[in-house]
Design a binder for this molecule. Structure first.
Ligand code: ATP
Length: 303
């Protein structure tokens, strides 16, 4: 029995290894496929963007399929170094804004500019270098935690990786693992919770230190202590950066320079948290509902 078990177990491990590698490759190729849909113009120049820039969406129309428009003429500005947050129901087009800014797709009409430069006139690589993304689901590679963080800036020294990990409040967790930064991540190694994965993504982004930041908040519920901690780390990462935050929890957006309330590809309301509450409209109703739900959860956690 033992004799049969060992090879089967070994095969299972190899299968898992291959499956994990394929998942990584799959994700990478799907990103590359998207990138391939967009061609640089023959005369494309690198984006000029040293300090946090002003980002503008000007009357942007877009549909993944030309027959079904998703965004119906959106205009907004993220002033240099400020944070604009987007809230709204699932499917309203929030993540699509992030994909367009990262130039996975080109707008149907209208334009997106970074410091006045239309992102279709500059090279994609220079746009992507200027943007750091903390996605909902961070892809972690089947490699060491050090590699996974350094992925934000290949060639980073160990001291730089550790500094980023400390700033993202993930260092203590790593240091407590058996092989520290050399601990493997993945099914047979270090398993990370949703919150820990987002911290790795924040550490990667801190290491990359881009002038523009996109944060796509995880939809999955974190406990409220974890949620507040991630929000603090995010606030620190977004300091002095031009940031677009796609939020599912309104507590994330209270400090934003402007909040856009979206539904079905349109901006229904916009303003600061206080202005939107005073409007007593959609945002104010969402705020009451979430606050009540949050209070219930906190009572349950304490109880
Ligand atoms: P959530 O809060 O659930 O993340 P969202 O507001 O970010 O939602 P988007 O992901 O921007 O919504 O999607 C907007 C619309 O575009 C949805 O109707 C969705 O089905 C559609 N959509 C998203 N991605 C694609 C795609 N790759 N191809 C075709 N349609 C898509």
């Amino acid at each position: 029995m033992i004799q049969l078990y060992i090879p089967l177990n070994f095969l299972g491990a190899i299968y898992r290894e291959i499956k994990q590698s394929l998942t990584d490759l799959d994700r990478m190729f799907s990103l590359m496929d998207k990138a391939r849909e967009i061609e640089d113009r023959p005369d494309a120049r690198p984006l000029v963007c040293d300090a946090p820039p002003t980002v503008r969406f000007e009357c942007v129309h877009f549909g993944y399929d030309p027959a079904r428009e998703i965004l119906h003429g959106l205009s907004f500005e993220i002033p240099a170094g400020k944070t604009v947050a987007v809230v709204g129901p699932s499917g309203s087009g929030k993540s699509t804004l992030a994909r367009l800014l990262f130039r996975f797709y080109d707008v149907g009409s209208g334009r997106i500019t970074i410091d006045g430069q239309d992102i279709r006139d500059v090279t994609q690589s220079s746009v992507r270098r200027a943007i750091g993304i903390v996605p909902q689901d961070t892809v972690l590679f089947n490699d060491t935690i050090e590699y996974n963080i350094a992925y934000g800036r290949p060639g980073a020294t160990h001291a730089e990786v550790e500094e980023a990990a400390r700033a993202a409040r993930i260092h203590d967790f790593i240091a407590a693992s058996p092989k520290g930064y050399g601990t493997m991540v993945g099914e047979r190694g270090l398993k990370l919770s949703g919150g820990e994965k987002q911290r790795v993504a924040i550490a990667r982004t801190l290491l990359k230190n881009p002038p523009i930041l996109i944060f796509d908040e995880a939809t999955s519920a974190l406990d409220s202590a974890n949620e507040r901690a991630i929000q603090n780390e995010l606030r620190r990462a977004a300091r002095n950066k031009t940031a677009l935050v796609i939020a599912h929890r309104l507590s994330t957006v209270v400090d934003a320079h402007e909040i856009l309330v979206m539904d079905a590809g349109e901006i229904l309301e916009r303003g600061t948290h206080a202005e939107l509450l005073a409007m007593q409209g959609r945002y104010a109703r969402m705020w009451m509902l979430q606050r009540d739900a949050q209070e219930r959860t906190e009572t349950e956690e304490v109880g």
